[in-house]
Write a protein that binds this ligand. Structure first.
Ligand SMILES: O=C(O)CCC(=O)C(=O)O
Ligand SMILES: [Fe+2]
Length: 326
């Protein structure tokens, strides 16, 4: 990852990949996708002229509705809580914050289970989102199209066949911990360093704050927010399913430096996870199901910094791979 210096941290120069070219199986673009996924583990996806060209527009609509949702009093949002991190409202401070001195300063989020949304629209979607008609459903369907096309590129480029074909472990109608996560960072709230536990993340935010560790230097770098391109990153499960050929990059959200003036930050993360029963080898070489990995990872998100440092789970073993202590 080459860098341009900017304030305190450098800004990452990630590759921008054209989704329309991937849909056409353009060999050069698929090569670029694999290259980015083997090194940075992060890239921008440009949807222009593709079947998902409407996604940035839908993102803007969704951001408006999200703001209305998170503006509600805490007690109202709390009615949507289920006690599970992948179902419903999760209050700020549930996960460990980035700052070791203020571990309770982490973000709040609303997790919409894509599996449960299929059979229980009313139970899964808070009223504010129901009033927005088909917006959430359309957004998720478009994300599903995008990840299906990406998985198909990875499957063929990595010569995965038979039971290893990635699409077989990501059947959208089957049970999984896949969620549309709507994140809210009022004040100076943060998101601790981590790798994503799932396969692929489609992330949008209009505000600075996101940083990733550059594999080439082991240093934190800002990820520039872009209005129309999504930030895509590879998660632990895809790294494991690829036989550890792909990189699941360590990232976090901080509020200092060039993010200082941003105010209340919002982000939208479609977090694709494999079907619950998918089995793969984790960072320690042990066989694990996707469902169990999700449980262990979320438990670790809420642990103390000391406990987190004792296991490979929070960073998917990537700190070891990178040889860095971030
Ligand atoms: O809010 C962001 O920009 C990052 C969110 C994130 O890393 C996640 O949901 O896993
Ligand atoms: Fe993440």
């Amino acid at each position: 990852m080459s860098s341009i210096t900017n304030n305190d941290f450098a800004t990452a120069s990630l590759k921008t990949i054209k989704f329309s070219a991937l849909e056409n199986k353009d060999v050069k673009e698929v090569d670029k996708l694999i290259e980015a996924s083997r090194s940075e583990g992060f890239y921008y996806l440009d949807f222009e002229d593709s079947s998902a060209a409407s996604l940035p527009l839908k993102k803007r609509e969704l951001l408006k509705v999200m703001k209305r949702y998170f503006d509600q009093p805490r007690e109202v949002k709390q009615e949507d809580a289920t006690g599970r991190p992948t179902r419903g409202y999760v209050a700020k401070g549930t996960f460990t914050g980035n700052n070791i001195e203020q571990p309770n300063e982490s973000f709040e989020h609303l997790a919409i289970s894509t599996y449960e949304l299929q059979s229980d629209l009313k139970g899964t979607l808070p009223r504010v989102f129901q009033e927005a008609g088909g917006l959430v459903g359309d957004y998720i369907t478009t994300c599903q199209q995008v990840v299906t096309a990406l998985l198909s590129c990875y499957t063929s480029a990595l010569s995965l066949s038979g039971a290893s074909e990635l699409e077989q472990h990501h059947v959208h109608k089957n049970a999984s911990e896949t969620i549309l996560a709507l994140l809210s960072y009022p004040g100076q709230l943060t998101h601790q360093k981590h790798t994503d536990l799932g396969s692929l993340t489609i992330l949008f935010s209009d505000q600075w704050g996101l940083q990733a560790v550059a594999p080439s230097s082991g240093e934190w770098e800002w990820i520039e927010p872009r209005e129309d391109d999504a930030v895509i990153n590879v998660g632990d499960a895809l790294r494991f399913l690829s036989g550890k050929r792909l990189y699941s990059c360590v990232h976090r959200v901080v509020r200092g430096g060039r993010a200082k003036e941003e105010g209340h930050r919002y982000s939208i993360a479609y977090l694709l996870r494999p079907n619950d029963e998918a089995v793969f080898e984790d960072a320690d070489g042990a066989a694990v199901t996707a469902r169990d990995l999700a449980k262990v990872k979320y438990d670790t998100y809420s642990a103390s910094h000391v406990e987190q440092a004792r296991s490979t789970v929070l960073m998917g073993g990537m700190d070891r791979v990178l040889g860095v202590n971030v």
